[in-house]
Ligand binder design. Structure first.
Ligand code: ADP
Length: 498
């Protein structure tokens, strides 16, 4: 396996990463109050990619103050919904015009293939902003016929923005997660302090420049890069933040809930997963096999909804496992900038060690790798696409989220047995079934305890489709109409008219 790193970098990107990047507070680019910076790395080489201002409590305080002032006193609240919608649409247009540049930033900072970032991450973020721009003018209340007081009252509801929102996002889809968070908050009329992941702050910071170019008033969007335990924790605990929206690990999700308790801020969480992907013997295997491979290997398995538990009906188990393994073997692993690359490195050395640690734990408990099973290459954070067999539900590799390109395959005999096994997880983010029997497919969809169920497909996302978790996979739904509930609150107005 050759890991080629192309030296050809887009000139705008080269300029952007060539200078230390600052944080966006109240419409100005500022250094950290402490003066500190932190490095972000190119995971294909392990080399430092750029230096970024390291936000901490004091920077978060300033950013929250700016967001508070923009919410309480700024032009943002006086703007019409249609003006807000137009700004979000303009941001989408600007982002689309810079697709190439954002593709490079995502590839360099996160490791994902440039070609994929350009056709998936960036266009999905553009779509999300456009979809949310449309909602800005459609946030409506109701009129409500009430019976109290002999009916002499006129009652209605208003849906109002929840206020200052803190948003903490992960590194697996850095730009797209920023869009999932910013789009609905802005459509609802909130103001924001966004903290990107320390591993991948660059695309959010570049997006901040486009937010300014689009013409959002100062302080509406503030972006503070920094570490989770410092900047993230300060944002989650801040008494003047009305709501915190978090995407990341279930472990940190719990910390966020505790931190938010001080002022009982609203909380929404999109957390981990260990999603079951169930293949029945009556499935179209020509679709189910590559579909199951892509369910786990897309984005190097660094998806909270990755199809990491593959359950296959016994009659076709060998065929499906061999097929998924053959797909895994064909995946070209290498630098994200190499046009031939289909899978890049994991995001960081920490993730590499974590995934390799899980592989070792799996082998120690008796799992075997049909393909993969090891670190790949001699520099950068690469792992081989891996299919594990001889796995049982009690094993760590089956129970815990690995967040890497590792799938555990297990056979089942009786279709009735598969529901409790598929649901046997603390998580409930996504699930999939592959079958030609439509009754079985919809029955499974009803019985699977997951926020998303895919039938004969996987990883289909759309700005209009709500996404979020059952059980310990989270609170609330992002995207779709549902997400507006996270960023608005209902006011009941009751007027005596008789
Ligand atoms: P991962 O383990 O996959 O890196 P995390 O849940 O640790 O995912 O990180 C997701 C986001 O949460 C990142 O932006 C990170 O900086 C932030 N974060 C980590 N720890 C905390 C914390 N204690 N409080 C607030 N945010 C945190």
């Amino acid at each position: 396996m050759g890991i080629a790193v192309s030296a050809e970098i887009n000139p705008q990107v080269a300029e952007f990463i060539g200078k230390p990047r600052k944080m966006l507070i109240n419409g100005k680019w500022a250094n950290a109050v402490s003066g500190k910076t932190f490095p972000t790395y190119n995971p294909a080489t392990g080399e430092v990619l750029a230096q970024v201002a390291e936000g901490d409590r004091e920077d978060i305080n300033q950013a929250v103050k700016a967001a508070r002032d923009a919410f309480d006193n700024g032009p943002w609240r006086r703007m019409t919904a249609s003006e807000r919608g137009r700004l979000i649409w303009k941001l989408a247009d600007l982002l689309e015009q810079h697709t190439e540049e954002f593709g490079y930033l995502e590839s360099l900072d996160n490791g994902k293939p440039l070609a994929i970032a350009k056709v998936a991450d960036v266009p999905l973020a553009v779509d999300l902003f456009r979809y949310m721009a449309g909602w800005a003018t459609k946030v409506e209340g109701n009129t409500i016929p009430i019976s109290s007081g002999g009916g002499k009252y006129f009652a209605y509801t208003l849906r109002e923005p929840v206020g200052v929102v803190g948003q903490i996002i992960p590194w697996n889809f850095p730009l797209l997660m920023a869009a999932w968070k910013l789009g609905p908050a802005l459509a609802s009329g909130c103001t924001v302090v966004l903290k990107p992941a320390e591993q991948t702050p660059l695309s959010a910071l570049r997006l901040g420049e486009l937010i300014q170019e689009a013409g959002f008033p100062d302080g509406v969007v503030n972006i503070v890069p920094g570490y989770g335990e410092t900047a993230g924790a300060a944002l989650a605990a801040h008494p003047d933040v009305d709501k915190i929206a978090f995407t990341g690990s279930t472990e940190v999700g719990r910390l966020i809930v505790h931190a938010a308790a001080g002022n009982l801020k609203k909380v929404s969480l999109e957390l981990g997963g260990k999603s079951p992907n169930v293949v029945f013997k009556d499935a179209d295997l020509d679709a189910a096999i590559p579909g199951s491979a892509s369910a786990i290997f897309f984005n190097h398995g660094q998806c909270c909804c990755a199809g990491s538990r593959l359950y296959v009906e016994k009659a076709v188990y060998d065929q499906v496992v061999e097929g998924v393994a053959a797909n895994a073997k064909k995946i070209r692993v290498g630098s994200g900038l190499d046009p031939k690359t289909q899978m890049g490195p994991l995001v960081s050395e920490e993730q590499l060690n974590r995934v390799c640690g899980y592989l070792e734990a799996g082998f120690a408990e008796g799992a075997k790798a049909v393909v993969g099973g090891h670190k790949a290459g001699d520099r950068g954070y690469f792992v081989e696409p891996t299919v594990l067999v001889d796995t049982r539900e009690s094993m760590k590799v089956v129970k815990e989220e690995i967040f890497g390109p590792v799938v555990t395959a297990m056979p089942f005999t009786d279709p009735e047995e598969i529901i409790p096994r598929a649901n046997n997880s603390d998580y409930g983010l996504a699930a999939a079934v592959w079958t030609r029997d439509i009754s079985k497919a919809h029955r499974m969809a009803e019985l699977l305890r997951a926020g998303t169920v895919w039938i004969n497909c996987y990883n289909i996302f759309d700005a209009a489709l709500p996404f979020g978790g059952y059980k310990q996979s989270g609170w609330g739904r992002e995207m779709g109409h549902d997400v507006l509930n996270l960023y608005t609150q209902t006011k009941a107005v009751c007027a005596k008219i008789g």
